[in-house]
Design a protein around this ligand. Structure first.
Ligand code: PBG
Length: 327
C-alpha cells in the first residue's frame, strides 16, 4: 500500500463522527407550511391527490396555525380557494376586504401573532378562466394591467396582516409594482418573496386540484418559464433583486436543483425553494404502496434542496419534518 492512502471512510465510522463532519444542516427554522383556505366553518377537506393536505375553513386554518406555532414552524403561506360563484374575469376576490385569504390573515394574525404570514399573490385561484391575470381579446394574459391589480391585492393582504407578499404570477415588473403599491400605502415593512424563477411545470398538477386553479383553456407557457432554460432563471432572479425583492424563490425544486445552485451563487438575498405538490404526491403515492420509505426519502429531499443552496423550503411535509428533524 502506497502512502498517502486516502480513506474517506474514516469520517463515516459512527453516528457521532458523521454528525461532526456534516456539511449541511436543516432545522424547522428553514420550513414554510402551506395552508389552503376555503369558505364555511368547521371544514377540513382532504385533497384527493395530496394525502395529508387539506382545504380548511378560516376557523380550522387558525387551529392549523396554532399547531404550526407549537411545532415551531416559523411561517405559513396562504392560498385561497373561494367558491366558484365569486370568481370573475379579473379575480377581484384577491383584493376584496372580505376575500377568503384576507379573512384568514386577520383571524390568524389575531390569534397566532408569532407566526409569519406569507400571502401568495396571484389571480389563478380567483379568475373564472383560471389564468394568472387579465385576458385580452386574443385570450392572452395582459401584463401591465395585471400589475395594478397585483399591487392592489398586495395592499389588501398586507392590510389584513400579511408579513410577506409572494407574487407567483410571473408578470414582468410585478415586484416593482407591488413594492411601489405597498410603499405608497405606507406599508414599507411588508416584505416581498418573489416567485422569481417559476417554471411551467407538470409538477403543479395536484396543487391545481387543491386550489381549484387549473386554466380553463390553454396553459401558462406565455408567462411561466421553459424548463430547458437556466440562464434565463438567473436573469429573472436578478431583475427581481433590482426591483426590490427581499427573498427570491425557485420553483419547482427537485428537477431544478442546478437552478437553485446558480441563483444562490449570483444573488446574495435569501433563496427559497418550493418543493411543489407533484413532488409531494409522487413520494406519498409510492410510500402508500410500500415502495419507498417516506421519512428517509423526505429527509434526503430536504438535504438535497439545502445542499443546492436554498435557505428556506416551502414544503407540504413541514409538520412531519418539524418532528423528524428534532429526533
Ligand atoms: C399560483 C401557484 C401555483 C403554485 C403555487 N402558486 C400553481 C400554478 O402556477 O399553476 C404551485 C404549487 C404547487 O404545485 O405545490 N400561481
Amino acid at each position: 500500500m502506497t502512502f498517502p492512502f486516502s480513506r474517506p471512510r474514516r469520517l463515516r465510522q459512527s453516528d457521532a463522527m458523521r454528525r461532526l463532519v456534516r456539511e449541511t444542516h436543516t432545522s424547522v427554522d428553514h420550513l414554510i407550511s402551506p395552508i389552503f383556505v376555503c369558505d364555511g366553518s368547521g371544514v377540513k377537506r382532504e385533497i384527493t391527490s395530496m394525502p395529508g393536505v387539506f382545504q380548511m375553513s378560516v376557523d380550522r386554518a387558525v387551529e392549523e396555525a396554532k399547531l404550526l406555532r407549537k411545532l415551531r414552524v416559523p411561517a405559513t403561506i396562504l392560498f385561497g380557494v373561494p367558491d366558484r360563484s365569486r370568481k370573475d374575469a379579473c379575480g377581484s376576490e384577491a383584493w376584496a376586504e372580505e376575500g377568503i385569504v384576507q379573512k384568514a390573515l386577520r383571524a390568524i394574525r389575531a390569534e397566532v401573532p408569532e407566526l409569519m404570514l406569507i400571502a401568495d399573490n396571484c389571480f389563478c385561484e380567483y379568475t373564472d378562466h383560471g389564468h394568472c391575470g387579465i385576458l385580452n381579446t386574443k385570450r392572452e394574459v395582459e401584463n401591465d394591467p395585471t400589475l395594478d391589480n397585483l399591487a392592489r391585492a398586495a395592499v389588501a393582504q398586507a392590510g389584513a396582516g400579511a408579513d410577506i407578499i409572494a407574487p407567483s404570477g410571473m408578470m414582468d415588473g410585478m415586484v416593482r409594482a407591488i413594492r411601489s403599491g405597498l410603499d405608497a400605502a405606507g406599508m414599507t415593512q411588508t416584505a416581498i418573496m418573489a416567485y422569481s424563477v417559476k417554471y411551467a411545470s407538470a409538477f403543479y398538477g395536484p396543487f391545481r386540484d387543491a386550489a381549484d386553479s387549473a386554466p380553463a383553456f390553454g396553459d401558462r407557457r406565455q408567462y411561466q418559464m421553459d424548463c430547458n432554460n437556466k440562464r434565463e432563471g438567473r436573469r429573472e432572479a436578478l431583475l427581481d433583486v433590482e426591483e426590490g425583492a427581499d427573498i427570491v424563490m425557485v420553483k419547482p425544486a427537485l428537477a431544478y436543483l442546478d437552478v437553485i445552485a446558480d441563483v444562490r451563487r449570483h444573488v446574495d438575498l435569501p433563496v427559497c425553494a418550493y418543493n411543489v405538490s407533484g413532488e409531494y404526491s409522487m413520494v406519498k403515492a409510492a410510500a402508500e404502496r410500500g415502495w419507498i420509505d417516506e421519512k428517509r426519502t423526505v429527509l434526503e429531499i430536504v438535504a438535497g434542496i439545502r445542499r443546492a443552496g436554498a435557505d428556506m423550503i416551502i414544503t407540504y411535509w413541514a409538520k412531519e419534518l418539524a418532528q423528524w428533524l428534532s429526533e
